[in-house]
Design a protein around this ligand. Structure first.
Ligand code: ASP
Length: 309
């Protein structure tokens, strides 16, 4: 069975390292964690880790998750502040706790307990852009009372998906024929504090089953949560559909959503035979992804399919 690594374009700083590790026989979780750590630390990637956009209060809250497609053990963290590598905290949840998801203060407490590296994730440019938004969009009376003001209306007005939303997603089939997935994100620019997207919700933002395949989503996490998109793709494969048809079914599920936030969402999947597919729904521009297959010298970029919902 041929090894494979599928990531999205945000993975650029880490995809090469993850592919090298898989080529050398590393397990999927190790390769994915190493690759995502490089993305999280790279401040030119504005939607993952350090350098990510802030929430409405000007704070960077990070989400990450991993899933082991053999044991179905997962580890996820949500709304974590002040740590450089949420993916490694998620991995530690998977390996050291009888839980699958930690959020906020509890996640920070656990991160401290395991000695996770701390950092200020709000880089100067993100702070400047947040401050400009604050000065231009927040009414003067609210600026005076800040942060003790209602945020719901600001949240509704501030959604600007193509400016500040993305995630890095990694899916792998390794030399032991095991299928793994990992994701990391800062979510949406100007999100309501405490908002979790799909990334830390196993089955929404990512899912893996070594018997069938893996899937992960980027874009409007609210949609992937509502349709359970990553789990749905893998489950449709389990029910006997091809990768292609399984994704078509998951797309059909997304088409049934009514109301709420309906924006761009991109679905990524691999199967046990080493096939892959990446479909961007409602994308306004061409998106690419990275693919590495056993025997390739390095990952190469390919264009995603674009479909309207
Ligand atoms: N899916 C992520 C979230 O909703 C953001 C993104 O990938 O654009 O948090």
């Amino acid at each position: 069975m041929a090894r494979i690594l599928l990531t999205n374009s945000e993975a650029t700083p880490g995809v090469g390292k993850a592919a090298e590790m898989l080529a050398a026989g590393a397990g999927g979780l190790d390769a994915i964690e190493a690759g995502i750590r490089l993305v999280e630390a790279d401040t030119s990637i504005r939607t993952v880790g350090r350098g990510g956009w802030a929430n409405l209060l000007g704070e960077v809250e990070l989400d990450a998750a991993m899933i082991d497609g053999n044991s179905f053990r997962s580890g996820a963290v949500g709304a974590v502040k002040g740590f450089l590598h949420p993916i490694s905290i998620a991995r530690a949840v998977l390996e050291r706790l009888p839980h699958e998801l930690l959020v906020g203060e509890g996640a920070a407490r656990f991160a401290t307990e395991i000695g996770a590296e701390t950092t200020n994730n709000l880089i100067e440019d993100s702070e400047r852009v947040w401050r400009e938004w604050f000065e231009q969009k927040v009414p003067a009376a609210d600026q005076e009372k800040w942060p003790d003001v209602p945020l719901a209306e600001l949240c509704r007005q501030a959604i600007d998906p193509e400016k500040g939303m993305d995630t890095t997603v990694f899916l792998s089939l390794d030399s032991s024929e095991e299928i793994m997935a990992g994701v990391s994100t800062s979510g949406w620019a100007w999100k309501y504090p405490g908002r979790l997207g799909d990334s830390p919700i196993i089955g929404a933002g990512c899912y893996a089953d070594s018997r069938h395949g893996a899937a992960a989503c980027t874009g409007a996490g609210e949609m992937a949560i509502r349709a359970g998109s990553s789990r749905a793709i893998v489950l449709y494969m389990k029910m006997g559909l091809s990768l292609e048809a399984a994704m078509d079914e998951a797309i059909d599920d997304l088409r049934q959503l009514r109301g709420g936030l309906l924006q761009r969402i991109t679905l990524h999947a691999i199967d046990r035979a080493g096939r892959h597919r990446v479909v961007a729904l409602n994308a306004e521009k061409q998106l690419t992804y990275w693919l590495w297959r056993e025997g390739d010298e390095a990952p190469h970029a390919e264009p995603a399919e674009i479909i309207s919902l």
